[in-house]
Design a protein around this ligand. Sequence first.
Ligand SMILES: [Zn+2]
Ligand SMILES: [Zn+2]
Ligand SMILES: [Zn+2]
Ligand SMILES: [Zn+2]
Ligand SMILES: [Zn+2]
Length: 376
Amino acid sequence: MSSDPRGRPTTRSGADGPSETSGRAGRRAPSPSAGRDHHGSHRHGHDRRGGRGVDLLAALAEDWKVPDELPREATIDEVVTEDATKEIETALHATETVERRQYAESEYQAACRDRVAFAERHEYAPHNYTEKTVAFVEHDVASKPCPDCNGGQTVTCPECHDGRVNCPQCGGDGIRDCDCADGTVACGACDGHGEVHANSGPADCANCGGDGTFRCPTCDGQSRFQCPDCAGDGRQQCPVCEGSAEVECDTCEAEGHVYEAKAGSVDYTIEEDVTAAADTLPIERVERAAGRRSDETTHTFDPPIEGGRGVIRRTVETFTIPGTKVDYTFEGTSYDLYEIDGERVVPDHPQSVYREYAPFVAVGVTVMLFAWVLFA
Ligand SMILES: [Zn+2]
Ligand SMILES: [Zn+2]
Ligand SMILES: [Zn+2]
Ligand SMILES: [Zn+2]
Ligand SMILES: [Zn+2]
């Protein structure tokens, strides 16, 4: 296959800001095939005699909260039918992160097993709108001498210069201060007092001859002594390199060579955007309605430049949402009633007498229930 990732037979576009080739002016612009007839994007029908309006009011009046006489007594001021439109734009984004990194041989083999080839990474893009991450690495790169050890497989010990380190016990001095501080230790028999309380009264301690202390055996009375761990040298063999001053190179795992390859991932994510256009119907209800799909167009775009981000596929579905708006007046108040995609939408309506009395009925029923519970 071609090594040029941009050489795919898709709709040509800019790398970072793909633009569609079909001439669509804006998101709300109708597509030519979406089937509109006259004045702009909507078909209107005005029906002042109110046949459809009466039907909708009759259906509304079946609700107990709405007065039964509504369809007979309401004045229908206007009935407007409209085909509103909704567009769902779904975009598949590709976001790539890529770096050049060095692998030891076993790491590189594992990476090539687990990751797709860099040159073929775009072939693993999802064919539908699903989110996915594709990890890749450049396959089949040649090894090169390890830059850290120059192929020598070892590097200078990070802990020492010459295979030796300062003695941790004496800090490199070769001499340690004694715990006794002044070169003496207290006599254990008299607790350092020099006298004991025998039955016959205070007497010199027989153990220390009345001195109370002995010369410290650890430092021989010097308060300091030669460090036994390093024999006074202050230095010891480095425990990390065991005196060799060299350790195995981590970068190449002591192989002497590495594989330098581009590695990274492409994240495919989905963004969806819903927009609706209506003259008389409430927009938020049009956005929620399913409607009838009247058009669908899909454009594909080249993958983003290496390490970049861009839209690689965009589908715009256009839906027609049929609706009716009824303006009516009941007992001097104006109301709106809608039917949108076959569903009734009632922002406000006249209240039935039952509805007005409902709170009192509820209280009355509660009181009777209490009475029944208390006195039955
Ligand atoms: Zn190395
Ligand atoms: Zn003593
Ligand atoms: Zn001492
Ligand atoms: Zn020491
Ligand atoms: Zn060392």
